[in-house]
Design a binder for this molecule. Sequence first.
Ligand code: HEM
Length: 597
Amino acid sequence: MDVLSPLFSSLTSSTFNAAFTLSALILVLVLSVGFSLTPHRVKLPGPAGLPFIGNLFQMRAGHARSLARWTKLYGGMFRLALGEREAVIINTYSGVNKTLIQQGVAFQSRPEFKLWHGAFSKALDPDAPTTVGTTKFSEQISKYRRLLTAQTSAAKLPSFNHFAARRYFRLVNLLSESAKSGVAQDLGFHFWTTTIGISADILFGQRFDEDITRLVADVNIKAFRQRSLATPVHDYVPLIAAGERLVLSVASPLRFLLRPFGLSSWMDSIYDAEAHATELRDAEVGYCKVLLKDLHERLDAGDPTPSQMGDLFRAMDDGTLTPNEELRLATTLAGSGMSSGTGLTWLAALLAARPDMQEKAYRAIEEVYGGEAPDPLDTDRVDYVKALGMEAGRYFASIRLGFPRETYEDVVVDGVLIPKGVLVVYNSYEINRDPQRYDFPEEFMPERWMNGHYGRTDVKQPKVGVPHLNHGAGRRVCMGVPNVNKMFYANLVLLLHFFGLERGPLGNEALANVFPHLRAVGEASLEVHPIDDQVSACDPQALPLAAGIKLTVRDPEALARWLADGHRELDQWERPNPTDTSVHLEAIVDPGIRGHY
Ligand code: HEM
């Protein structure tokens, strides 16, 4: 052995050296392939990322905070690698001006994602259309925007007062029931079913019952969660997608054997995500198809009730929309009241902890309406209420990163080339806190929108440009702003005129009724912080945690009078509606899915 040991050790060390060198070479090769697969076409600064993965995992700490940290390091416009995709992140108002606004054509497209445009949208039908807001630019998009604008403009909305008036009456009834309970309750259900209810009623021209309204609200809030940026990872890293497919094809048959040992959870989560996407899409397409068919039958029978889709069909009357196009427009608008409900739910929680703001709003409402019940179908008559809605859009920035864009053609910004097909994200949350545009950006200050102020309290400015980025900007800007303004105004004047709000802890029963239930994972702090008090730090729409709000009736007699008679004075209250709840929940969703709502 003594004779052999030098030989053995030299053999071992040379084998070891060779193995080490080989491993290092393989590692270098893998890393360089990895880096080369992580694209770097945009010469903007940005954080270093991992091979193949880029910055995907760094985003997981929370979108708003990760991007805010990088804005400090890399400035108003920087670059990220999200797996195989390269993204330009715009973080300032002047960045938005230079891109979405001044070079609108180049920034007018939208990207596609495998989960949303594949598993979700194509779940039922490979030809199923995506919504206008998630579809790449083409001439068709201009046509759809033209058709929809005619139905969503401020001038058009009063023709749907009939539907809105009934929903506001229902809202005050719901709030009054909450007040009677004497305990703190979360008001998410009240606001979302009001705003989504109005959108669904006016879209199809009938007043939907409680079951359908709850279903449409629930489906839309959950479906939007499928649009989160940077997840799932296999959407961005083809190698992981391929590996996952390979492993799944081998391991899937063993899934049920592995489950008892707790070894199948990673597989289950992949299958569950896809099953959930399919289920939501099934429900959404299911009710839109049935409701469109029902609408066509009513129109053929001569029903004159105004509605967005009905008026659109009446105006076209030459069959130029295919069934798929009808479905695209219907799914685009069916849940469009969602983000108004989100904004109101955030704002009500904040107001409940701010008696000073409630008092200012109450006094301002009394001054304008002379102590009478305010008309929720008015818009913009009480400046302070209007300013509350505007500031909620800025401060809470419920659609945190906007709807992503994609460059439609090569474009140069500040001397840097951004090629066609690059993902572009305008970081609404950060832009809404741009210190060049807003003073005290971290403070909720309605006054920044009043008495000639437009964003800053220290100077008066003309109303130039969008007030904030919660509705985007440029060629694909949100088409619902007039409706959003109307809905915020109506909900707020009624709430603040009739009720006082106070925060309180949620009891077990109230917690069980939080809507949608996923918000019941915690209770928002009294500060109602837009980041710390959201359900998930990576959701594309920031959902507020549950918030207990105890309501007290300011003037019980006045409330009782309005509920008994006063509401009848609302515009079009008496207009007959022959089509109330002509479609029932059973008809629009199959029993398996119904069980979830
Ligand atoms: C508070 C409520 C709402 C918020 C926060 C919101 C936010 C947004 C955002 C961020 C975009 C993308 C804009 C861009 O990329 O520049 C968008 C697009 C859109 N919004 Fe809204 N929205 C709201 C309500 C509504 C309502 C009520 C309607 C319908 C009446 C509506 C219809 C649309 C449509 C059709 C698009 C797609 C535009 C396109 O891609 O060309 N939105 N919205």
